[in-house]
Ligand binder design. Structure first.
Ligand SMILES: [Zn+2]
Length: 341
């Protein structure tokens, strides 16, 4: 197996260069072809894209995307033993007296790797675990940070949402991930954020904001006021096809508001460790708009729900990864929502 080491720099800012690992294929030749294609899609922000044998680089890495702000990039896949549920981008922010972790990863194994990465940077206590939303790849490593004494903070609707899905998430992920799942779980308690909350880590303040229904009904973003780094959770997908588990209309509306805000960089829930904002959200915007338009057309044309996934094809998802896993579900979710407009 080969991996693509894509070096990506935000325009005009060499300090932002980061290396991302992408699966590259079975042979060096196929890896190089995939790398060229990937670099073309990276909109000119990719500087280098060599291929290397898988495992030549450390398996769990974090990138310092801004001073004191670290992000680990998850893989574009569904949960499985070989990835231990390491699917989401997760990270941490280091202040002068404490550390906040942003998302816990999809298993205790991933969370332990993240904790080890934190300990390579600092001995300060992990006082906060901020969860961006309920999905298992962001949440199920929570017990590792609770054991460190972290207070778990999330959207005011997170605890209810997790309560409803807890058993399903635990059963499904235990089966998919296997032994590495031991010790994983949902948090015992979530300190709720109704609208906004500030967390002071010493020398820097994080602004937490709870949003109306979009990707899910419990999305929360984290803005580091010291560096202008904005953790958007799964309100921002890059490369990995977005998954709609809340409201497509709500997501389009919320994104339009978020896009008017300034940030030095945004951290997506899936994709590179950091991108420019708002331009980094353009492919997501285009996909959601095209999907909503196509589904509305189908509803107007009287297409019955059992035929809608065949009618609303995957052309709009071209260039995205994991289309087979998510596009059909998105079409159905959008149909069920928009037919009541
Ligand atoms: Zn999600």
């Amino acid at each position: 197996m080969f991996e693509i080491l894509l070096t990506v720099c935000l325009a005009g800012d060499p300090a932002t260069c980061t290396t991302e690992l992408h699966p590259g294929g079975e042979t060096l030749e196929s890896c190089r072809a995939a790398a060229t294609e990937l670099a073309a899609r990276a909109n000119g922000v990719a500087q280098e894209w060599p291929c290397a044998e898988a495992g030549a680089t450390p398996s769990f890495t974090v990138t310092e995307v801004a001073p004191g702000v670290f992000v680990h990039r998850g893989v574009h896949a569904e949960a499985a033993a070989e990835n231990q549920g390491d699917l989401a981008n997760i990270g941490f922010v280091v202040g002068t007296d404490s550390v906040a972790v942003i998302d816990a990863g999809g298993s205790a194994a991933v969370a332990r790797d993240l904790l080890a990465a934190i300990r390579r940077e600092t001995d300060l206590p992990v006082r906060w675990l901020v969860l961006t939303h309920m999905h298992p790849d962001h949440v199920l490593g929570a017990p590792v940070f609770e054991a460190e004494g972290a207070t778990v903070v999330g959207h005011a609707d997170l605890a209810r949402a997790l309560g409803a899905r807890r058993e399903t998430y635990l059963e499904a992920n235990a089966e998919l991930i296997g032994p590495g799942f031991e010790g994983s779980g949902t948090p015992a308690e979530v300190d709720p954020v109704d609208v906004q909350r500030k967390i002071d880590l010493g020398g820097r303040v994080l602004l937490l904001e709870a949003h109306p229904t979009a990707h899910t009904d419990n999305d929360l973003t984290v803005f580091d006021t010291a560096t202008g780094t904005w953790f958007l959770g799964d309100l921002l997908f890059i490369d990995h096809l977005p998954a709609i588990d809340g409201s497509i209309a709500g997501w389009i509306e919320l994104d339009a508001t978020l896009a008017t805000r300034e940030a030095a960089r945004a951290v997506p829930g899936h994709g590179p460790v950091a991108v420019q904002w708002p331009v980094g959200g353009d492919p997501l915007r285009q996909y959601l708009a095209a999907l909503a338009a196509a589904v509305r057309d189908a509803i107007r044309a009287g297409v019955p729900i059992q035929d809608v996934t065949a009618t609303v094809g995957a052309e709009m998802a071209e260039g995205w990864l994991l289309v087979g896993a998510f596009h059909g579900r998105n079409v159905l979710a959008a149909f069920k929502e928009l037919e009541w407009e």
